[in-house]
Ligand binder design. Sequence first.
Ligand code: UDP
Length: 238
Amino acid sequence: MAEPVYRRVVIKLSGEYLAGPHGSGIDQPTIDRIAADLIAAQKLGVEIAVVVGGGNMVRGVDVSAKGMSRPAADTLGMLATVMNCLALEAAIQRKGSPAQALSAFVMPEICELFTRAAAHKYLAEGKIVLLGGGTGNPFFTTDTTAVLRAAEIDAQAVLKATNVDGVYSADPKKDPTAKRFDRLSHSQAIEGGYKVMDATAFALARETSLPIIVFSIAEPGSIGEMLRGAGRGTIVAG
Ligand code: UDP
């Protein structure tokens, strides 16, 4: 079996995916399947931190469109990401593997605060680290958080798990002429305005020279495949 290409990565998991077929909330079979995939991927010898989104519960932009201030709505969104983290932490632990949730907010009764030192420590101990609370600031996304945390903890790549197998020129589910890219530079990804990740995330990745690998998590085992450099995805780098 091929050796993993990376030693330490950040995986970005969208909250929406955790809803499974329901559209919102947490689908336990989906969480359990992702937990199993993460454990199998870690057994390849890769240190794994996961940045979890919150779109299955709250998206700040949507809530603020109904009247709440954007910072308040984003705070709800960030708290939703903590809930998803805790659900994933519990699922991984229930399968007998060590996991540690770290939050961007001080909430000592619930989970530990994210610090670079804590993340380094738990990753070195062989725990899957779940990062909740986004950046801790409104107006950002968990895509940007994934790149920020990857740069902070010296990860070698960000793996962006999505519903499609890479970056396309348009939504392949709506436009049959959409073109799929094997590889893009950060600047091409920004200039193309591709919807798969926000421009702030791509810009920070360009600034910190971090590759982003966009791939589909729909197939069980795809995280491990990507870590071995064998899976199908788009590499955004250089
Ligand atoms: N959020 C935020 N700051 C951050 C990260 C997230 O305010 O640094 C809020 C924002 O309201 C966002 C919500 O948390 O809509 C959920 O995150 P995101 O939309 O990135 O989740 P995903 O779409 O990946 O499920």
